[in-house]
Design a protein around this ligand. Structure first.
Ligand SMILES: Nc1ncnc2c1ncn2[C@@H]1O[C@H](COP(=O)(O)OP(=O)(O)OP(=O)(O)O)[C@@H](O)[C@H]1O
Length: 499
């Protein structure tokens, strides 16, 4: 077999922010047709690394060789495109009002006698989508009408049109359901067969173990080890990442379940249809389903973000009607939203202020207690292992995963009685997941109740006392802890019969 070519060879790169070293002396290689995964806990330096490769940050030192040629000078986004390095970020970067086809051919428009050749571009779009195994996507549809996963596939197709040799994927499946994850796995296989090198960053280790040809573990900005496919061993990769033993499969201790604290009857509105369930004291009620099943919409109705069209919500036996989230917070509800960056934090404020925010929202007047607030913040920094300089650091300087931990601290500290967690561990590393689960169990022991929406199947199964499965805005099944296995959940999520 001919030897594979090295597409990207990184030698000894280092980066500091304001005198603080984020990573140092880091080596990394990507070969053609190879998936090289980069794993590390929150704040390890993964995003900074890919921002350097995307030309968004500059390295302080070190060499970058592209297909054997040393790169002279700085990388910038335009040069990256020219060199065939494309990054697919977690956030959407497509032009939302343009069609799939127009997005694909930005800067590469096909013309005929100085006029856009739309017919040819249409044909080529279909060809490219077929080459990477994406079917059933209309090239003329405006991108804004597509879901998260489909937009991601369009971005990959765009990278393909731009003749990318290396595609970097940063947490590509963050908002994916299991169906879409499978689709992405096939797309990656197709890219590999075309000789594209892929750098894949994900906290979902089960995906990493499935697709990786190599895994490099980074900790505190240093390379710990690169594993070849044959050497990949889950336990030692996790140990290398978090510096201790941790499990992908958390097993939760039971807490005593008490009386009903919330009763929802025939709730409809905002894409949710006729939902009924009850939540008991000390219980974790899991909500499973595919992306778009209506779980977040249901949470928004419960929390007063949207007004129900019909149905009732009772809390501790009393009918409630929330006009806004602040009414829900007063009644003891807390909600961690799915879209944390937009709705969860004041990123230009300190960690400590963000931590006490939900707690103080309950009081009409709250005097500042800087020392006490700092102490509270330090407690959560310790509990959730938040990587930061301390309570005074502005949240915007934290890594994505650590920002999420600050949001969790805010709600854990809010002293509610019913917690709605929408994808509580999305983007959080495996070690921190365990810490978050422990805090959730602790809340249950204190007699609080949790509604947990999660697309992470092992998480739903491990944490829930009961699982509700949703599809198309309705609840299709209620499963006891004993019956809630991934096969049963999936069969309902994909369209089982309504109970
Ligand atoms: N602009 C910045 N200024 C100061 N520090 C920064 C900046 N960007 C990142 N950092 C710090 O660099 C370190 C690495 O952050 P990075 O975002 O690369 O981590 P990560 O591995 O991608 O984490 P996550 O899994 O949480 O996304 C963190 O400690 C973070 O606080």
């Amino acid at each position: 077999m001919p030897e594979k070519r090295c597409l990207l060879d990184i030698q000894g790169i280092s980066k500091q922010f304001s005198g603080v070293t984020v990573f140092s002396d880091f080596d990394f290689q990507v070969y053609e047709g190879e998936v090289h995964c980069l794993c590390g806990e929150n704040g390890a330096g993964k995003s900074t690394f890919i921002k350097i490769l995307a030309g968004a940050h500059q390295r302080d030192s070190g060499e970058i060789n592209i297909e054997g040629n040393p790169l002279q000078g700085k990388l910038n986004p335009a040069l990256c495109m020219k060199l065939g390095i494309q990054t697919i970020y977690q956030e959407h970067t497509l032009m939302q009002n343009m069609s799939v086809m127009e997005n694909l051919f930005i800067g590469k428009e096909v013309t005929k006698r100085l006029v856009l050749d739309r017919r040819q571009m249409y044909k080529e779009t279909l060809d490219v989508l077929a080459k990477i195994g994406v079917t059933g996507l209309d090239p003329q549809i405006p991108v804004r009408l597509l879901g998260t996963a489909q937009q991601k596939f369009v971005e990959i197709a765009k990278a393909f049109v731009q003749e990318a040799r290396v595609i970097i994927m940063d947490e590509p499946t963050a908002s994916f359901g299991c169906h879409e994850i499978e689709q992405l796995m096939s797309v990656i296989q197709a890219l590999k067969e075309k000789g594209v090198g892929i750098i894949y960053i994900s906290h979902h280790l089960e995906e990493v173990f499935r697709i990786a040809d190599k895994v490099t573990v980074i900790r505190d900005g240093r390379k710990i080890r690169t594993y070849d496919r044959t050497e990949i061993d889950e336990a030692s990769i996790i140990r290398d990442m978090v510096g201790r033993d941790a499990s992908m499969f958390y097993s939760r201790e039971a807490a005593g379940i008490g009386e009903t604290v919330m009763e929802v009857q025939n709730l409809s509105g905002g894409g949710v249809k006729d939902i009924s369930f009850s939540l008991r004291k000390g219980e974790v009620l899991g909500f499973a389903g595919l992306v778009g099943a209506g779980r977040t919409e249901m949470a928004e109705l419960l929390f007063g973000k949207k007004i129900p069209e019909s149905g009732e919500i009772m809390i501790s036996g009393e009918k409630v009607r929330f006009k806004a989230p602040k009414d829900a917070i007063k009644a003891g509800l807390c909600m961690i939203t799915e879209d944390r960056q937009l709705t969860g934090l004041f990123t230009r404020q300190k960690n400590s202020l963000n931590t006490i925010l939900a707690h103080s929202a309950k009081f009409p007047v709250r005097f500042m207690h800087p020392d006490r607030d700092k102490e509270t913040c330090c407690e959560y920094i310790e509990k959730l292992k938040i990587k930061c300089k301390g309570p005074d650091q502005q949240v915007r300087f934290l890594s994505g995963g650590n920002q999420q931990k600050v949001i969790l601290s805010k709600w854990f500290h809010s002293d509610g009685s019913i917690y709605i967690f929408d994808e509580p561990t999305r983007g959080v590393d495996i070690g921190a997941k365990e810490e978050i689960y422990k805090v959730m169990v602790e809340l249950c022991r204190q007699g609080k109740s949790i509604i947990m929406i999660s697309s992470d199947m092992p998480e739903v199964i491990a944490m829930s006392d009961r699982v509700m499965v949703m599809k198309d805005g309705s609840i299709l099944a209620e499963l006891s802890k004993e019956d809630a296995d991934s096969e049963t959940i999936l069969s309902y999520a994909l369209g089982g019969c309504k109970i």
